[in-house]
Design a protein around this ligand. Sequence first.
Ligand code: ADP
Ligand code: MG
Length: 572
Amino acid sequence: TAAKETLGFQAEVQQLLHLMIHSLYSNKEIFLRELISNASDACDKLRFEAMGKPELFEGDGDLKVRLSYDKAARTLTISDNGIGMSRDEAVRHLGTIAKSGTKEFFSSLTGDSQKDSHLIGQFGVGFYSSFIVADKVTVISRRAGLPAGEGVKWESAGLGDYTVEAVDKAGRGTDIVLHLKEGEDEFLSAWTLKSLVRKYSDHIVLPIVMKKEEWDQEKGESVVKDEDETVNQASALWTRPKAEISDDEYKAFYKHVAHDFEDPLAWVHAKVEGTKEYTQLLYIPGRAPFDMWDRGQDGGVRHGVKLYVKRVFIMDDAKKLMPSYLRFVRGLVDSNDLPLNVSREILQESREIDTIRGGCVKRVLGMLEGLANSDEQTDKDKYATFWKEFGKVLKEGVGEDFANKERIAGLLRFASTHTDAADETVSLADYVARMKDGQEKIYYVTADTFAAAKNSPHLEVFRKKGIEVLLLSDRVDEWVVGHLTEFDGKPLQSVAKGGLDLGKLEDEEEKKAAEKVADEFKDLTEKVKGALGDKVKDVRITLRLTDSPACLVSDEHDVSGNLARILKQVGQ
Ligand code: ADP
Ligand code: MG
């Protein structure tokens, strides 16, 4: 077996460690939540892998997390009998950051510890938070299925490097030993540990156990008994009746499932009964994660809904449970009907999953509509936050989810000439309510920046007549208007396409005058057309403009000027 080796941390790890210790100190106790959360994930992974390979349990299927401490040695140990790590896995998982969104995270850091602590929270705190309270961390682990001689001991002071060496470990799983810093003795107390578990980790489904302690009157101190005591509720939160779950419990559970540091924006918890029985607990995060736009190895973006079957964890990021435009949703679905022993592939194809997915989409859209249409200011504010963080993603749904197109359209928010502000606050229903007498269409302009949209010469006649125009400048807006041709029976119309047809809003006299002018200047337009040659299809006199001398217009069925620009940028 390999001798002890010293390896350097990846540069980003060092940077993260430094930040973590400095900006999260006031929240130092969260290290326990992170380590318990990892232990619980490790047990979930084992349970899943063991479905097809029961020998991985090595005769011990009683999965749990154990907390223990040694006052004399000043160590605190978090142990689990989950999947464990091989030497290579320890090096990879505890020495590097392999997460997507890492680059964005590091480039968004500001140096202001207050702001950065929020960013770290969003990025994921994780294992390295142990170094907030420990000046040395020893990890002893053995992967399930490997022989007892192939354990690994990983050790680091959280500075530039760590060591790894082979050790014997009889039981599979992981022990994380924290050698506490000077002044962190508060964590060497059963009372403190139990109250932290209650505060942060009560919702963990696995039992979290400690050795029982009793007060010894004669000795005048507590003595540790050789008997375990479970210190969390250890019941699946989502199986409990809603009325018995507090908001704080929902929030704590969110932080665990979503690996987030901050509170969620909203959640929905429902038990669906009938031909298909399942429970949904779905959350909208308070902020967009760093990897919302990253495409992973399989080319897909990360999804965040976990699948359970009869309370047993089956998989993370179950892509089939949520469409891509709702990939920011976090939480879980627990089905009573799916078979436990099926492969991921089969699960992904199953009809039950399609039904569940349909139900989840409706539930999430309903939750969003609830916020958007609520009379409560706090809900309205939440919807505004939601839109700011996730609006661009939701817009994808207009072209992605035909069945729910109308509902998604109702949730869209745009900038418009009504306020001329860049914030997207105008719904299509607001627009329709403000339409002029005789106005039949919903007008919009697309451009590659808000300023360009707002200052588009195509708007001149609309401004003059006081007709509202939606100002679209997100790249995805071209996709939206490409798929959303009408709302509430009113067609959407680009102001930059085709002949300007204002329908009943047109002024007959103006139109006649324009036709006359067009006739008079026929020679000029012919000449300009001749001079521009192939570059244009036609040159016309227009009513569109009030200040500008000329503008470019696309044909009704051609790609718009803005889309043509986008396509060129992406190399098409
Ligand atoms: P995350 O949990 O978000 O993946 P962490 O920093 O908490 O990030 O953990 C990094 C990785 O280290 C985990 O993804 C896992 O692969 C590994 N790991 C951490 N703790 C354990 C453990 N108790 N058992 C097995 N693997 C672990
Ligand atoms: Mg973790």
